[in-house]
Design a protein around this ligand. Structure first.
Ligand code: C2E
Ligand code: MG
Ligand code: MG
Length: 657
């Protein structure tokens, strides 16, 4: 006997499989087996105590050890002299006389091991007739599965799984997988190994060997669920949607794809806080679930974008009753009903784009793009509506992608420039005076035709480079202001357009004052032009960037005045010095001056100056003067030009005309 086995402090014993007895044991093993001498232990007959399942398992070990030099690790239960013991065992082969293969077992009481290991490695053994009738089970098996199990089908409830097990056994003699089984504590996950074996008499039977993997399996399932769902709303996330789309396509289902974007969610989020914003998104999710047909996939695609996909199995007439247009109407309607914070109503609406698979495209990536493009079109047509995909509208989005790629390198390649358009004070006697220059961004790009500045700004906002670009604009414009003062007029100021996105940057006021100081300029030399919606969004916050700018002494001008949805309701809150009336009003002035007179009074009643942009003719200029509007800007008075133009021409105060 090898000396080292004897001296080990853990229980070690050798089990003679063929003679059902312990062949040798060290002192700790004697204690484990409740024996006071080796001869007593070796005289015990284990044939009576072993269930057939245990016997079969031990024979399996024997076969395995004859074939190769392997070890097995399992938790086993013994009941020596009526004392139950749970032992974590390592089984290896040990060759006795006559080349008989015995088991060398090294054990560690599982009380010393973690709970998980105890549960997970407990070998539950049972054997069955080839028809699936239970013959025997070891105690862990009977404890977990209960004594009512008489047949495999009593614990493997899924007929499909049972069928697969029988099929695998007949084809390869073996089955192995994770299986949901019914035990004394209800449904539970086990790792199941089933094998065809023969008993002593050569009779075929099935040996089952199962491990409790419930906790691991449940966390895997929950993880998989988490991976596929949105944690806020419980709807599918993008990955979950991809999976469902693939399933629909594999099942040869046609489907209608609704791409939904909320109109005005940002304002709610910024004015009421993210907590309220989250509640609104949850309500949106509930409304979508309540109004989508049962078999639909409902997904939060990101931020305030949602997707509903409704499969239509044309083979079954029952399923084909969903009317796409009616559902689109319904979605826009229910999502645009009021939302409440306490009792305060919050307004929100939805823009929806609809694409059909496979009529519009049979490509699962394109269907998203097409519905998105249709949604984008719904936004452009005024929001709060739905639009069907029509061929080609996705070009807008594709173009934005191309612009985005090129624009991200524009600044480092020196492709950006500023043009300056003068803002004049005009009077009836013909005297004119430049008050300010508006800095307008220009991108010199040679690859993409006809990119407008509006497109540039929109893409820069969406890819998150607007702040960088506008910082460059501020520095360049203030540097150029020094030249314009030297060459054109010593008191002109600089008007700079700022995006609503940039306004959310808390460091923005600080950056501006540093830039002004750097150039030796004062805050009064700068006018920031903001659209109504940017102002309203920002003013909701008491410590808003806009208020800080005003406190610093920087002037605010409301750009495109009259095009915002909320001008009257919010006008008194906006601390602007000037309102730039949108050029869409200028066209009307030739036939009717009344509207502009009213607008001017309204602006002045709020303590601001009225300025009109987009003046293109002498007649417009004169009619505006008739309305009492002396601050004017437009192609008639001067187009946007690069700095060099003003320096070379030494423009002093004369209109271009
Ligand atoms: P905006 O601030 O309202 O600027 C006026 C736009 O109208 C300019 O277009 C200008 O060239 C154009 N315009 C001026 N006078 C006339 C006229 O008499 N008739 C017509 N039809 N158009 C006239 P532009 O330069 O293409 O800029 C478009 C918009 O892009 C600007 O509208 C502004 O909102 C935005 N933008 C330009 N530069 C910047 C910038 O640095 N930052 C941000 N956020 N936006 C900018
Ligand atoms: Mg402007
Ligand atoms: Mg404007």
């Amino acid at each position: 006997m090898p000396i080292e086995l004897k001296d080990l402090t853990i229980p070690v014993w050798i089990y003679d499989i063929d003679n059902y007895c312990i062949h040798w044991a060290n002192q700790p093993a004697l204690e484990l087996w409740e024996s006071n001498s080796l001869s007593e232990l070796c005289s015990r007959d284990f044939k009576q105590d072993n269930s057939q399942a245990v016997e079969a398992r031990v024979r399996e070990y024997q076969r395995a050890f004859l074939e190769s030099n392997v070890s097995f690790y399992e938790n086993w239960h013994f009941v020596p002299k009526g004392v139950p013991k749970s032992v974590f065992c390592q089984f290896s082969g040990y060759v006795l006389d006559n080349n008989r293969m015995a088991l060398l077992i090294q054990g560690m009481p599982t009380a010393k091991l973690g709970h998980d290991l105890q549960v997970n490695l407990t070998a539950m053994l049972s054997d069955y007739t080839v028809e699936g009738r239970l013959i025997s089970g070891n105690p862990p098996f009977l404890n977990a599965m209960g004594r009512r199990v008489a047949h495999l089908q009593d614990m493997i409830l899924s007929p499909a799984v049972l069928k697969t097990i029988y099929r695998s056994l007949s084809q390869s003699g073996r089955y192995e997988d994770d299986v949901l089984m019914e035990g004394v504590n209800g449904e539970h996950w086990y790792h199941l190994i089933a094998a065809n074996v023969q008993d002593d008499t050569g009779q075929e039977k099935i040996l089952l060997h199962q491990y409790d993997i419930h906790r691991r399996k449940m966390s895997e399932i929950n993880l998989a669920k988490e991976v596929l769902t949105d944690s806020l709303t419980g709807l599918l996330n993008r990955r979950g949607l991809d999976k469902r789309l693939a399933e629909f396509a594999a099942g040869e289902a046609n489907f209608d794809f609704f791409y939904i974007d909320l109109d005005g969610f940002k304002i709610i989020n910024d004015s009421f806080g993210h907590g309220v914003g989250d509640q609104v998104l949850q309500t949106v999710a509930d409304r979508l679930l309540d109004n989508s047909p049962d078999n639909s996939a409902v997904c939060r695609f990101g931020g305030d974008e949602f997707v509903v996909v409704v499969p239509i199995h044309l083979k079954s007439m029952d399923d084909a009753v969903v009317d796409k247009d009616a559902l689109a109407d319904q979605l826009v309607k229910v999502l645009s009903n009021s939302y409440y914070h306490d009792t305060q109503p919050m307004t929100l609406s939805a823009s929806v784009g609809v694409a059909q698979y496979p009529q519009d495209t049979d490509d699962l990536t394109n269907i998203v793009l097409y519905a998105d493009a249709a949604m984008y079109q719904a936004k452009r047509l005024g929001k709060h509506r739905w639009v069907n995909y029509t061929a080609g509208i996705e070009q807008v989005i594709l173009r934005q992608g191309v612009i985005a790629q090129s624009l991200s390198r524009a600044q480092s390649r020196g492709e950006l420039e500023l043009y300056y358009q003068p803002i004049w004070e005009v009077s009836r006697d013909g005297s004119v005076n430049i008050l300010s220059f508006e800095a307008l961004l220009r991108w010199h790009n040679h690859d993409i035709p006809d990119v407008t500045t509006e497109e540039v700004i929109q893409v820069a906002e969406s890819i998150g480079i607007i702040n960088d670009i506008e910082c460059w604009v501020v520095n360049q414009a203030l540097t150029d202001l020094l030249y314009l003062r030297a060459h054109v007029s010593p008191n002109v100021t600089m008007s700079i357009n700022v995006s609503a996105v940039h306004l959310r940057e808390v460091r923005f006021p600080q950056c501006l004052s540093e830039a002004l100081e750097d150039k030796g300029l004062s805050p009064q030399d700068l006018i920031i032009e903001l659209t109504e919606s940017a102002l309203v969004e920002n003013m909701a916050d008491h410590n808003s960037v806009v208020r800080q700018l005003v406190e610093q002494g920087i002037n605010i001008s409301i750009d495109d005045f009259g095009t915002g949805y909320s001008s009257l309701a919010y006008l008194h809150q906006i601390p602007a010095t000037t309102a730039k009336i949108d050029r869409s009003f200028v066209e009307q002035v030739e036939s009717n001056t009344q509207p502009l007179r009213h607008i001017r009074s309204l602006i002045e009643a709020h303590g601001m100056k009225a300025l009109v942009e987009g003046v293109e003719t002498q007649e417009q200029k004169d009619k505006l003067l008739d309305c009492g509007i002396t601050l004017q800007q437009g192609f008639f008075l001067g187009r946007p030009k690069p700095l060099d133009y003003y320096i070379k021409n030494k423009t002093t105060g004369n209109c271009e005309q």
